[in-house]
Design a protein around this ligand. Structure first.
Ligand code: PLP
Length: 398
C-alpha cells in the first residue's frame, strides 16, 4: 500500500468520518459496566438519544449494526403470518423485506423503480383496501442509502391516519438520523430503527430502536421468539442506566460526545447544513451534465447524492481511479445499480470546504477516467453555497 499524506476522504454514505472529538472520547480505559460510573454514562446517553430521535419515549441501544436493529424491530412487534406493507425504494428496503420474510412475516412489497420514495397515496390506498385490518405494520426506509432518495415520513403518517388504519409505522432511519430532519414522536412513528456509523458520526457498532407505547403493547402479545433483542430485557436495567449484557462501553463514550456535538450545533442547523451540502452537490452534478438518480425534487437526500454514469462507462472503474489518484472513497452502486451509479456521501462531519474537496476529486476523476462531462462542477458548487448563504442572509462580506 502506497503511503499517503493527510487524511483519507471517506465520502461514502456511511460509515462517515469520525470527528476527532469523538475519537478522543472513545479513547478511554474500559470501565466496569456494572459499576456506578457506568450507570451515569448509561443514563446520560439513553436520555440524550431521546433528544436526537425527538421522542419522550424509550430508546434502546444494542451492540449491533443497523441490521440487528432491523431484526429487533420485527421480533419485538410482529407474529409469524402477520401481513406488513413495504415499498421497494431500493436495496435496503429489499433487504429488510427479505429479513421479514425469513421471520415468516408476509410482505406486501409494492414494486418501485429505485428512483422515487414511498408514495404516500399508495400507502393510503393499500390500507383503505385492507378492510379486515390484516396489515399489522407499514415498514419504510426513510433515507434509501442505495439511491439517495428520502421518503416523506410525515405524509406517510398522514396517509395511515386518513385510512383510519391501526397498522404500526416502522421506519429505518439508519442513514438519516442526525442528518435529515426526523421526528419520532411528532410524526407518530411506532418503531424507529437506527445505527451509529452515519449521522451520529461514530464507528459502526451501535444499533438503536425508539418505540411508542403502541409498539410496546404489540410486543406483549406477538409470538416471534427473541432473546438478545428483547426490549423488555433491555428496558428494565436501562431504567438504572445498565444493560442486560455487556454494552459497547467505549462507543457509548463516543455517543455521549456525538450527541453533545449535535446539540451544540442545534439539530435544525445540522439538518440545514446537510441540505446546503446536498444542494451544492446537485449543482455540481448538473454542471457536469450528469444525472442525479433521484427523480422527485421533494425527495432529494440531504445525506448522499447518487449520480448516474453515462452509458458505456463503469462507475466502479471510475471510483477505483478516484481512490488511486486522490485517496477518496465514493459509494459503490448496490445490487442492480452496480456499475451504473456512484454515490457521494455528504453527511456527518462535513462542511462547505470538505465537500468542495470531494467535488474536486470527483471532477478530476471524471476527466482522468475519460467520462464525458462538462467542467465547472466545482464552480457551480461554490456558486450554490454563495447563493444559498445570500438567500439565508448569512453571508459575511467585507
Ligand atoms: N438500512 C439502511 C438504509 C442502510 O443504509 C444500511 C447500511 O448501510 C442498513 C440498513 C444496514 O445497516 P448495517 O450495515 O449497519 O447493518
Amino acid at each position: 500500500m502506497e503511503a499517503r499524506s493527510s487524511r483519507h476522504f471517506l465520502q461514502i454514505p456511511g460509515p462517515s468520518p469520525v470527528p476527532d472529538r469523538v475519537l478522543r472520547a472513545i479513547a478511554m480505559p474500559v470501565i466496569d459496566h456494572r459499576g456506578p460510573t457506568f450507570a451515569d454514562l448509561g443514563k446520560e446517553v439513553l436520555e440524550g438519544c431521546r433528544k436526537i430521535f425527538q421522542t419522550s419515549g424509550p430508546v434502546v441501544i444494542y451492540p449491533s449494526s443497523g441490521t440487528g436493529a432491523w431484526e429487533a424491530a420485527i421480533a419485538n412487534t410482529l407474529s409469524a403470518g402477520d401481513r406488513v406493507l413495504m415499498v421497494e425504494t431500493g436495496h435496503f428496503a429489499t433487504l429488510w423485506r427479505q429479513m421479514a420474510a425469513r421471520w415468516k412475516v408476509e410482505v406486501d412489497f409494492v414494486p418501485g423503480d429505485w428512483r422515487h420514495g414511498v408514495p404516500p397515496e399508495v400507502v393510503r390506498e393499500k390500507l383503505q383496501a385492507d378492510r379486515e385490518r390484516a396489515i399489522k405494520a407499514v415498514m419504510v426506509v426513510h433515507n434509501e442509502t442505495s439511491t439517495g432518495v428520502t421518503s416523506r415520513i410525515a405524509e406517510i403518517r398522514k396517509a395511515i391516519d386518513e385510512a383510519g388504519h391501526p397498522a404500526l409505522l416502522m421506519v429505518d432511519t439508519i442513514s438519516s438520523l442526525g442528518s435529515a430532519d426526523y421526528r419520532h414522536e411528532d410524526w407518530g412513528v411506532d418503531v424507529t430503527v437506527s445505527c451509529s456509523q452515519k449521522g451520529l458520526m461514530l464507528p459502526p457498532g451501535l444499533g438503536f430502536n425508539a418505540m411508542s407505547e403502541k409498539a410496546l403493547k404489540a410486543g406483549e402479545s406477538n409470538d416471534l421468539p427473541r432473546s438478545y433483542w428483547d426490549w423488555r430485557d433491555m428496558l428494565k436495567p436501562n431504567a438504572q442506566g445498565f444493560f442486560p449484557y455487556t454494552p459497547s462501553t467505549n462507543l457509548l463514550y463516543g455517543l455521549k460526545e456525538a450527541i453533545a456535538m449535535l446539540l451544540e450545533e442545534g439539530l435544525d442547523n445540522v439538518f440545514a447544513r446537510h441540505q446546503r451540502l446536498a444542494a451544492a452537490t446537485r449543482a455540481a452534478v448538473e454542471a457536469w451534465g450528469l444525472e442525479v438518480l433521484c427523480l422527485d425534487e421533494r425527495e432529494h437526500s440531504p445525506v448522499l447524492t447518487a449520480v448516474v454514469m453515462p452509458e458505456g462507462h463503469d462507475a466502479d472503474r471510475f471510483r477505483k481511479i478516484v481512490l488511486e489518484n486522490y485517496d477518496m472513497s465514493l459509494g459503490t452502486g448496490l445490487a442492480k445499480l452496480a456499475g451504473k451509479v456512484f454515490r457521494i456521501g455528504h453527511l456527518g462531519e462535513t462542511n462547505e470546504l470538505t465537500l468542495l474537496g470531494a467535488i474536486s476529486g470527483v471532477e478530476m476523476g471524471l476527466k482522468d477516467a475519460g467520462v464525458p462531462h462538462k467542467p465547472g462542477g466545482v464552480q457551480a458548487a461554490m456558486d450554490s453555497f454563495h447563493n444559498q448563504n445570500l438567500r439565508a442572509g448569512d453571508i459575511r462580506a467585507a
